[in-house]
Design a protein. Sequence first.
Lengths: 437, 780
Amino acid sequence: MPELVSHPEEVKVISRRWGQGAADIDKYIELGGYAALRKCIEQGPEWVINEMKTSGLRGRGGAGFPTGMKWSFVPKQSEKPKYVLVNGDESEPGTCKDHLIFLHDPHSVIEGTMIAGLAIGAKVGFIYLRGEYRYLIEIMERALAQCYERGILGKNIFGTGFDFDALSHTGAGAYEVGEESALMESLEGKRGVPRIKPPFPAVVGLYGGPTVINNAETIASVPFIIEMGGAAYAKLGTERNGGTRLFGISGKVNRPGVYELPMGYNLKKMIYEVAGGIPNGKALKAVVPGGASCPILRADEIDVGMDFDQMGKAGTMLGSAGVVVLDETVSIVEFALRTIKFYQHESCGWCIPCREGTDWLKKTMTRFYEGYGTTKDIDNMRYLAENMLGRTFCPLGDAAAMPMIGFFKKFRDEFEEYIRANPSAPESQALVELVGA
Amino acid sequence: MADVNLTVDGKKVTVPAGTLLIEACRAAGIEVPAFCYYPGLSLCGACRMCMVRIEKMPKLQTACTTPVAEGMTVHTETPEIAQARKATVELLLGNHPLDCPVCDAGGECELQDMTFKYGAPTSQYVEIKQHREEQQWSPVVYFDRPRCIMCYRCVRVCGEGMDVWALGVQNRGAGSVIAPNRQDHLDCEECGMCIDICPVGALTSDTYRYKTRPWEMNHVATVCTHCGDGCKTTLGVRRADDGMEIVRGDNRDKSGINEDFLCIKGRYAFDFANHPDRLTKPLIRQADRSFATATWEQALELAAKKLKEVRDTKGPDAIGVIGSNRTTNEENYLLQKFARTVLGTNNIDHHRTADYVSFVRALAGKADRAASLRDAGTAPAILLLGNDPTEQHPALAWALRTNVRLNKAKLFLVNTSDIKLRRQAKAFLHIPEGGYADAVRFLGSNDADFHGIEGAADFRDALRAEPKLLILFGSEFRGHDIDALVSFGLSLPDARFACLADYANSRGAADMGLLPDLLPGYRPVAAPGPFAEEYPNLPQKPGKDLIEMFDAAERGELGALYVVGANPVERYNVDPASLKNTFVIVQEMFLTETAQIADVVLPAANLYEKGGSVTNSYGDLQLVKKAGDRAGVRSDLELIVRIADRMGAKPQQLVPFGRGLRADTGQSRGAQSGEADRHSIWLASRQIEPKVSPFDPYAVLDEIARLVPGYDVERMNLLAGNDVRTKLVSIEPAASTTRRDLVLPAQDALFTSGTLGRYSAKLAEVHESHRKSPAETAAD
Ligand SMILES: Cc1cc2nc3c(=O)[nH]c(=O)nc-3n(C[C@H](O)[C@H](O)[C@H](O)COP(=O)(O)O)c2cc1C
Ligand code: SF4
Ligand code: SF4
Ligand code: SF4
Ligand code: FES
């Protein structure tokens, strides 16, 4: 079990119960669990949605869509059953927050799912766990079983007439099924390929029924918001960016880990104070602020607040809040190769620009890294990435293109230097060899 | 639905709400490039070629997935869009072989066209391309993976269109490949739809691949010779040593009743034409019972002499004539006219695969209730009794599936077996063997129970509630069963009917009067109407039907038998010995069981080697055009005329040729052949084109149009290659009821096609391979 980190700057809302054995239902209830659900059943759906809207909670899966609004899009009447789907596919490199929730506080996810179900009129919730998180499924299954034992799931919950069932399911190891519509395909037993939108899940989702799909952290935040009230939660963060967020800091820092900090927390402070700065007195080179898909920030660009809007203004994204810190020893060329290898491997292959684009980027990048690169390659790769951007079927193509464009734009000199630093393979000779091969 | 107004490239367009932008653009005459979009299949948004700029939208949008909205302003060709498409093409070419000159699709490849249009002349990449060896998936389907652009058309047409689901996608990302769901082979209907729909040269067919170039072929639009649906097909024909060789068939332009559908038979089973056993020289039986080849002169002379001799010595009643299900209307018409006016007998029949006589009689006076094959694709509700269209009427099955899938049509099935179409059926009445008559009685009754079948009454009630029902039935229905079914249908508000028969011109054979008691148009021989004048010496007494002819032969009373394109010896299990006293003349492509006992065999052309018209099961009339050619054979039309001529009959009396010669033939226009073509079509459509030869089928068609009720169709439409409706005639209810045993269902399945099918090497191979490992139906 990974060690939990902690820092005085933290504001512990969702992580409040971590490390206290709350995976067990008795402990969870002792620490105030399932009170929010009772309250919601008493107050009714309209009230719940209003609280959510007031809280300013925005989706923690990456896109930051206001959660209360998302729930309100679900039609009241529906011929087909409605569903709540929890996205626990967490696969974005640099992101490792949801798994701590499942590990330490699985009931908060179940409770949040039930509240979401109550709010939209769903009777079934699915908790979809990343395939590699097999070890978490036992914890989740046990938590669900306990709920059924206590009558917290099933029919006539708390004697109120509210019925709800929740099930968990694992993926089979594909980043792409984190994309909401691909996740639904996967859950339905099909290939993990996204669907055409519109229609959006709120109207036509799982098995064709209206579906709310939220990130695990988003869902886990729900009981706490209900508990403390939407307005109080909103106040923790910045304008239009309510509450706190789990930031996963990794890479070249002294104290990597997941910290719960208010939305809008300064990135520089986060790296140097919360995470303890760069080891061995090395200089900072760059930061990927929100998971591998977010464009990179140079060391001189990090004095910025970590919320959706401020990051957007800074030309990047808050994404899944996985902060990856690179110091001067890290080669951007190598980092770019690592990044594109990931996306090439994870592209589902459905659409041409992503399938072929990531593949050619990877092939070219690999050769470049091996020392057979040319300046033309840099231009070609940038051209390629720019021609993927905004043209793919789902955002994975953008997620691959954006960071690559960032590397070429902000660190072109490093790529050029890389060519010069590899005299063993002069441009012309490299190409001759390749073409001959 | 309400209409929506939008602007595409400055043009104002109005289309129904819900229309996809790509279709709206097409409606405005603007073609938006598309690899993955295919009308009628599910949307997939995968190729990103159709990107357009919609004002007020941040990014380029895919026209194939975007429904139109009021006031939308769209740009389909801007530098930005051209760049996006160019980049996509570049990416595709990255892994694509650049050997178009040897690719099977060279010259008709959508990727080539897009590369030409959006120009990606330089290769951006130096890494080696992914390569995989070509694979053979079935006797007809080959797959060349590197050429595949992953448009998923094949997967969707096989699954959604064919309901076979034989193809899928394996792996992910750049490793994604189209693959059979059974790993390395297909277990499927071998329709070739996947090959046909493939925009590039990735999927190829065994019959066509790497044989020729598209521009080296003649492309001839005609009608398939196999089942009773009568699919339109464009045959690709190339020169061969001994004439012409048909190398492919498709209906890519979606003209005709079958849209782009063809089954394995239409698409691949034309190779019988070049079968090594094909007869190309007349044969005459020798004294020692062996065959010797003969000249046309000798063979025709002998045939004519014998027919004349028997007629003049034993009397016309000692001659029998058997016609075909696969010859043209013109040939069928001419054959019966020859029998009735030259031989002087009504002893004429054919292998009946459905009881059209009873069908026509049951619907007398209700011509508007006869349905076209097109109705199967549009009717809101369909009742199908008997038959298994998947096996016997593939185009009908396609139309029904498509209608259910796209229009939510309701399909009701009554069948003794669990046929595949039940998967599309809203309700399925699974009745006991031989229970059709009973089932119809039940439908018309108010009984609560039917053989204890659950839901039977609900089935009946649902049917009765249908305001517009299309009723289709197979050869299980004959005689009075048809009357009962029709009268049930007529009790509903607006039911239409079609009777399914087995071959390309089964319906035409009956319509043209290849019947002992009925003249063309089902006119009783005893009440011949205009034929009394037209046909000199028309015998008034009904002749012998097919079974009676063989009975007469058995008794030694049949002096001569003239068989045109039929194999009754095998079909009706005739003992060859019973024909020992009968002089048998057979016009055939092969030495069939019937030809083997003949005294004279005349090598005949097949339906792909001549012109004329055919009528499908539903009464849709279509033009047949000469595509192939085979040295040594002659059309049945020509052979009938030549025999008649040698018997001393006047060809002009049989074929009204030579009329209309007044017209300018347009030859003076010389090299401007397009002009001349249009001119002759104009002449033909007004029935004033020159019919300079007695072998001109159009001359016979003129007479059919003039004399056969229901066949006076719009010529121009027919000549333009469209299907036109014939009208059902009203015949006297007093006409004879067909003996049940005269109707002999062909029992063909998807991979067989009567005697002819045995000579298609491709069909036989597929049949054999499926016999060894019978197809499992895809999981329900
Ligand atoms: C390629 C791709 C991968 C994604 N992976 C995840 C993921 O692992 N977890 C997640 O919650 N959302 C992921 N998302 C975002 C989801 O599509 C969706 O927006 C999110 O689950 C909505 O929840 P939220 O509103 O609570 O953020 C991914 C999106 C894309 C395009
Ligand atoms: S962008 Fe295209 S290929 Fe890439 S993951 Fe999305 S749908 Fe699949
Ligand atoms: S030949 Fe027809 S049935 Fe077979 S895989 Fe292709 S589309 Fe499917
Ligand atoms: S084989 Fe042809 S039809 Fe099938 S996906 Fe590939 S390119 Fe498209
Ligand atoms: S045609 Fe629109 S994406 Fe392929």
